[in-house]
Ligand binder design. Sequence first.
Ligand code: HEC
Length: 137
Amino acid sequence: MTNAQKWVAVFLGLFVVLFIIGKATKEEESFGDSDYYGSTEGAAEVSGLELIESVGCIRCHGIDLQGTALAPGLYEAKNHWSRKDLINYLRNPSAYDGDERFDKYRDKYSGSIMPSYGNRDVKELGKIADYLLSLDK
Ligand code: HEC
C-alpha cells in the first residue's frame, strides 16, 4: 500500500466509525415524550416475562408470580391498574401509599418493601406492565 492509500483507508475507517456513532445517538434521541407510555417498539427484544425474571420481581412475588411470604401475587394486577398507572407505580410505588389495599400489604408483608424501578427504561416497564395485565388464572 502506498502512503496515499493508507490515508484513504484511515479516512474511510473514521467515516464508518462516525456513521455508527451518529446512528447510535440518533436512536436515543428518537425516544421522545410522546411515546413515553406508548408502544414498546425499539426496546431490546426481551419479553415482559424475561424482564420480570431478570429484574428480580420473582424473588419476592414468586417464580409463578402467585405471591410469597414477601409479596402479594400479581394475578390481580389487571383488576387494580391501568397500564399507565401500573408503570407509574413501578417507577415510584410510594406515590400510591394510603390506599387501603396497601395498608393491608404493609401489615402482611412488613418484612419487605416493593422497590422503585424509576431507574429502568420506561419501555421495559411497559413490557412488564403489559405482561402483568395479561396474566389470567
Ligand atoms: C423486595 C421484594 C420485592 C421485589 C423485588 C418486587 N416487589 Fe413488587 N411488591 C413487593 C411488596 C412487599 C408489595 C406490596 C406493596 C407494598 O408493601 O408496598 C409489592 C407490590 C407490587 C405490586 C402491587 C400489587 C397490587 O395488588 O396492586 C405490583 C404490581 C408489583 N409489586 C410488581 C412488581 C414488579 C413488576 C417487580 C419487578 C420489576 C416487583 N414487584 C419487585 C415486594 C417486591
